[in-house]
Design a protein around this ligand. Structure first.
Ligand code: AQP
Length: 325
């Protein structure tokens, strides 16, 4: 199977990105052809500083490595280094229905969040994402829940294209994790944890123990004191239970039993300990990689060289089918 996924280099990667996406990519490398991208062209659809973007690209490459992506087993690269992504985006734009783009949840949310910067790129984001996926003839796209709608749109565009010009693209399928597909903000458990939202609601992958302690102790809980999973009545505790379960590999049922009659404070203290211990190896490996910029850039260039071969082959076919000679 060919696997494709990516992350925007827009800031510090948080445990939502890790549990919803990256963690699930690691085992896929063993028996599949995996392509993981740092989607910098997506990052510039929301306000950014060029200097920060450069740093964030390198920071994200380090995250990929410390989380366990192995450049010997998968391809990873920076999106803008392969021009074919933008070329295919333009071509797919000519078959993408504008009405569907304006209905995308992320477009609606981001245009509310960045009222003064509703640019055409923000609306076109899902078409660029479709190009990323389709150009590699992807079978499976492992993402968090918030990106499911965009993968559906990629399927729609592939179908339209294949019907109009003849079979060209594979039909990609979304792969959502059974648990952790949507980790919620610690400050508002009805809203997803996000890099560019309230930093108090978010635990970064490289968070220091003091920050973890502060943020978990301040995490919004629910009325009562029972540790019980109930998304409707107890969204705050349910979110913390999900995080606990994914880092400890204990089931929610087991955790409910372990913390029966213990109250929120004891539960939170135990979660703090678990998170500090689980994230410590990431902090340690990151320290080792911080001074190895040349090595990281070489991995990215090597990845781009491999990915470009696949992208160029698809584009040759696409151009021919569309009558572009
Ligand atoms: N809260 C989340 N829970 C589970 N999965 C999540 N993902 C994002 N947030 C959560 C998944 O992480 C991958 C990378 O996402 P992205 O950076 O491409 O953009 P995003 O989905 O918009 O993530 P953020 O953190 O909210 O970033 P900003 O603030 O920049 O928009 C995707 O697979 C996503 O599903």
């Amino acid at each position: 199977m060919r696997i494709f996924s990516g992350i925007r280099p827009t800031g510090e990667i948080h445990i939502g990105n890790y549990l919803g996406a990256i963690k699930n990519w690691i085992p896929l490398q063993e028996n599949n052809e995996c392509i993981f991208c740092i989607v910098d062209l997506h990052a510039i659809t929301t306000p950014y500083s060029p200097k920060e973007l450069e740093k964030n690209i390198m920071k994200l490459a380090i995250v990929y490595l410390v989380a366990g992506l192995d450049p010997e087993k998968c391809i990873f690269f920076v999106q803008s280094q392969i021009k074919e992504h933008t070329e295919l985006t333009w071509l797919l734009n000519t078959i993408a229905p504008v009405g569907e783009l304006t209905r995308m949840t992320q477009y609606k949310e981001k245009s509310k969040q960045f009222k003064k910067n509703i640019n055409a790129g923000l609306l076109d984001y899902p078409v660029l994402m479709a190009a990323d996926i389709l150009i590699y003839q992807t079978d499976i796209v492992p993402v968090g829940k918030d990106q499911q709608q965009h993968v559906e749109l990629s399927r729609t565009l592939a179908r339209h294209f294949n019907q109009r010009f003849g079979k060209t693209f594979k039909m990609p399928r979304v792969l959502l994790p059974k648990m952790g597909a949507k980790i919620m903000s610690l400050q508002n458990p009805r809203k997803k944890m996000s890099k560019t939202d309230d930093p108090k609601g978010c635990i970064e992958l490289f968070a220091k123990p003091t920050e973890i302690r502060k943020k978990i102790m301040a995490a919004v809980t629910d009325p009562g004191r029972k540790i019980k999973y109930n998304l409707i009545k107890k969204p705050g505790i349910s979110n913390l239970l999900t995080i606990y379960s994914l880092f400890s590999e204990k089931s929610i049922k087991e955790l409910e039993r372990d913390f029966k009659d213990q109250g929120y404070e004891k539960f939170k203290k135990s979660l703090i300990k678990l998170l500090i211990n689980s994230l410590e190896p990431f902090r340690r490996k990151r320290k080792e990689l911080l001074s190895r910029e040349v090595y990281i850039k070489e991995i990215l260039h090597k990845g781009a060289r491999k990915a470009r071969i696949i992208a160029q082959s698809t584009m040759q076919d696409v151009r021919k089918k569309m009558g572009l000679i």
